[in-house]
Each structure stands twice: as C-alpha cells, then as structure tokens.
Design a protein around this ligand. Structure first.
Ligand SMILES: Nc1ncnc2c1ncn2[C@@H]1O[C@H](COP(=O)(O)OP(=O)(O)OP(=O)(O)O)[C@@H](O)[C@H]1O
Length: 239
C-alpha cells in the first residue's frame, strides 16, 4: 500500500523533555488512521510535525515520498490541512470564512464554489450570508472542514474535532469525514478519545503512550490489544 506520511525514528524534544521518542511508522494513502492514547502521550505534537508547525529534533518525516524539509512552507500547509476541536472562525459571514484560504493567497472564491463546498459538508445555500458566530458548534465545525477542502489538501489532520459536540453533530461529522475520505481519497489522521469512533471510522489506529508509538495496525486491534499497557488504557476509557 502507498504511504502518505512516513516517520522514521522521529523524536521531538523541548527543553530536555523528550515528548516524542523514536517514532517509526506509516500513514497510508487514502486511509483514515486514528491516533489514540492517554492525555499527554504526544498525539497533538505528532500531528503538528505532519504539517511543519513543528520540526523533529531527530529522525526523518516524508510526505508523499518527499522529505518534509524540502517542501516550501506554504505548499506544505496547502497539501496538509488541519482542523481543531475549537473550529476557529473569523468575525464575518460564512462566505468570508470559507473564502479565507483564498483571501490569504490574494485570490477569490466564487459564490458558486462556496455553495458547492457548503453542499459538500451538508449545509444549504442559506448559510452563506449568516455570520459565523451565530452558528452552532457542529455547524462551525462543518465550515471549518469545508475550509480545509478549498485547498484540496491530500492529507487532513483532525485534532479531537468532535469532542465538544452533541451526539447528532458527532454523527454528522463522522459521516462527513467518511464521505470526504471516499470522495476525494484524502488521507486522514484523526486524534480521538472516543474508542467507538476509532473503531467505526478508522481503517487503522496508532496507540501512543508516553511519547512512544506502542501499537499500530488495523483498528480492530483496539478490541484485542497485545500490549498490556494498551489493554489497561482501553479498559480505563471504557470504564
Ligand atoms: N512546547 C512545549 N513545551 C513543553 N512541553 C510541551 C510542549 N508541547 C507539548 N508539551 C508536553 O508534551 C506532552 C505531550 O503533549 P501533546 O499535547 O502532544 O499530548 P496529547 O497526547 O495530544 O494530549 P491530549 O490528549 O491531552 O491533547 C505533554 O506532557 C505536554 O505538556
């Protein structure tokens, strides 16, 4: 299977604290991989290494078989999109929020394009002229995801994007991400604390603990982890 991102012996250290320790592994192209593990395990740090927000202290990362440091930063951000738990909205209309990636590049988004992206995330035309601030958390998250689509990124990084949402919105966002993955063959790396989500949505999973990748493979490993520490963590989450 083709790889979208490869980590080879990647470590990340801040002020003598080793946050990531010798991570080696592959995120496969066109697949959804979830990142799970206790708080502080290094999941967000690993995600930030994937789009160049952070650089490794040691080891190599390649994106689509090219060393990450060879990418021009703006090209890398375009290739690798990111959505966060708090979907950050600028003050203004939904249209202005959707157009942001283009505006930042001195380009424009047409009304027709904006509507097509709205439809992609399951919102109708009427949302275009609403102010972003009057939307629900789930709707803001959909706009935030639509905004990542505008760059036509081949890789999408998601950091706990459903943890602040009501169950219906969680379900909507899960279906949306699955659709995006299938329609555009986008590679998705998704940090989640929700094991049901990891099992139902993820093709693969990486379990991280204390800065290490302790187990990785098909998502079903979460049903039967071989590593005792992982088994204990999963029991704790379920309890
Ligand atoms: N810039 C930094 N300086 C010092 N310590 C940091 C820095 N960034 C992260 N850390 C520490 O590194 C560890 C990993 O943080 P990270 O946010 O990657 O974990 P996480 O697995 O995403 O946690 P959570 O599930 O709570 O979001 C934590 O102990 C955190 O306090």
């Amino acid at each position: 299977m083709e790889s979208a991102i490869d980590f080879h012996n990647v470590s990340f250290t801040v002020q003598d604290k080793q946050i990531l320790k010798m991570i080696t592994g592959t995120f496969f192209k066109g697949k959804i991989t979830t990142l799970v593990g206790p708080s502080g395990a290094g999941k967000t740090t690993l995600l930030k290494l994937c789009n160049g927000l952070l650089s490794p202290s040691a080891g190599q990362i390649s994106i689509n078989q090219q060393a990450i440091e060879q990418y021009e930063p703006t090209a890398l951000r375009k290739q690798v999109g990111m959505a966060l738990q708090a979907a950050p909205m600028i003050t203004g209309t939904v249209f202005e929020n959707l157009a942001l990636p283009r505006t930042l590049q001195g380009k424009q988004l047409t009304q027709r394009e904006a509507i097509s992206y709205l439809h992609d995330v399951g919102l109708d035309d009427r949302f275009l002229n609403r102010t972003a601030q009057e939307l629900s958390g789930g709707q803001q998250q959909k706009i935030s995801i639509a905004r990542t689509l505008i760059n036509q990124s081949s890789i999408l990084l998601l950091d706990e994007i459903t943890s602040a949402l009501d169950p219906q919105s969680v379900h909507d966002i899960e279906s949306l991400i699955t659709r995006i993955n299938q329609k555009y063959q986008v590679t998705i790396i998704w940090i989640t604390h929700n094991l049901r989500q990891a099992l139902s949505i993820g093709h693969y999973t990486w379990v991280m603990m204390d800065g290490r990748l302790v187990e990785s493979g098909d998502s079903s490993l979460l049903n039967a982890p071989t590593n005792p520490a992982v088994a204990q963590f999963i029991q704790g989450v379920k309890a």
